[in-house]
Design a protein around this ligand. Structure first.
Ligand SMILES: Cc1nc2ccc(C(=O)N[C@]34C[C@H]5C[C@H](C[C@H](C5)C3)C4)cc2n2c(-c3ccccc3Cl)nnc12
Ligand SMILES: [Mg+2]
Ligand SMILES: [Zn+2]
Length: 343
């Protein structure tokens, strides 16, 4: 249930404009978490729906959208990285892309509406552990979804559907049956696309799409473009200033190393990336940027040239991680030893 005063807070006043949260709110280098706390993120999310025109276009009831967003916020756990702040920062990056004229022309309104909802919901009820951990530890989620893979992502989608089923939370209630089906199919595909392993299996098709040139008449190009857009949004913290990217990476490794500790307690040996005794964070970051993050922003920039600046930020951050890596080697600091040397 939702506190009445929270509903009141969100429905009495006018929805503020995005730049009322910060003058730089609509720039790609802006750090969305900096506008305040979880409740401010709910207000800013309302403002993003309004500014993208979805409240008017889909006749969203203010109260219903407010209740939905409050339930989404409540759906996230208090873990170091995969929390409501992460969801909001992913939603913010996605919002910035959705307002670009090239994207408005490339995707349908329903696809853009699906992307904004999916970005805010894409990690609901994340436990701070990976898909591999669900399978190895035979968690309840693995019991439910292991046969299809992307265990966590299927759960995030199931939680989204559950929230839509709660009274006065169904923001899609006034859509036609056809639109409703389309939006849920889109959201399901988009959330499933945030499993990096699933993304890596699509890279060949994404490259082909870029070579052919994005063709808005091809449904598969719409699908691949939405998945790429979502993956970039999920990794968007790495396109900010290094101080921010490094701070966020530290939260990711807090989750990874806690999982590693848990695996050791359970008698399993964690992979190096999860083992605080063995992991060298700068090296893992360099590998992740080279194999996953940089290619994602490179592909996206080839479709949306205005995003080349975000790719450049990732390159700058890569240089910082590389410098950090060499300094640690020269000083002979423990190559492992978790995060303390990142202070
Ligand atoms: C900065 C940063 N570093 C990250 C370093 C590593 C990995 C990671 O999952 N690696 C892989 C490495 C191989 C092939 C696949 C499947 C598994 C085996 C595990 C991926 C993720 C990282 N990540 C994410 C992120 C994005 C989506 C879901 C979860 C997370 Cl944590 N968001 N930001 C970051
Ligand atoms: Mg996820
Ligand atoms: Zn995420």
């Amino acid at each position: 249930s939702i506190a009445p005063e929270d509903i009141l807070r969100l429905t009495v006043r006018d929805i503020p404009s995005p730049t009322s949260f910060h003058p730089e709110f609509t720039t790609f280098q802006f750090v969305p978490r900096s506008i305040g706390t979880g409740d401010t993120y709910v207000e800013a999310s309302l403002s993003m729906f309004k500014e993208l025109g979805f409240i008017d276009r889909y006749r969203l009831r203010r109260r219903t959208l407010a209740r939905f967003l409050l339930m989404v916020q409540k759906g996230y756990r208090d873990v170091p990285y995969h929390n409501w702040g992460h969801a909001f920062s992913v939603g913010h990056f996605c919002y910035l892309i959705l307002r670009m004229p090239d994207v408005v022309n490339a995707l349908s309104e329903l696809e853009r509406f699906s992307l904004l909802v999916a970005s805010l919901c894409h990690d609901i009820d994340h436990r701070g552990t990976t898909n591999a951990f669900q399978l190895q530890s035979k968690t309840p989620l693995a019991q439910l979804y292991s046969s299809e893979g992307s265990v966590l992502e299927r759960h995030h989608f199931a939680q989204t559907v559950t929230i839509l089923g709660m009274d006065e939370c169904n923001i899609f209630e006034q859509l036609t049956r056809q639109q409703y089906q389309t939006v849920l199919d889109n959201i399901r595909e988009i959330i499933l696309a945030t499993d990096i392993a699933a993304h890596l299996r699509k890279v060949t098709r994404i490259k082909e799409m870029i070579e052919e040139g994005f063709d808005p008449s091809l449904p598969d190009h719409h699908y691949l473009f939405m998945c790429l857009l979502m993956t970039a949004s999920d990794l968007s913290d790495q396109s900010k200033d290094f101080k921010t990217s490094k701070a966020i990476a530290e939260n990711i490794y807090k989750e990874f190393f806690s999982q590693g500790d848990l695996e050791k307690q359970m008698g399993n040996s964690p992979i190096e990336m999860m083992d605080r005794e063995r992991a060298c964070v700068p090296k893992i970051q360099l590998e992740f940027m080279d194999t996953v993050a940089l290619p994602v922003f490179d592909y996206l920039s080839r479709i949306l040239p205005d995003l080349r600046t975000t790719y450049d930020s990732l390159l700058t951050n890569r240089r910082c991680w590389s410098a950090l890596d060499s300094i640690l080697q020269e000083e002979g600091l423990p190559a492992a030893g978790g995060l303390d040397y990142l202070r």
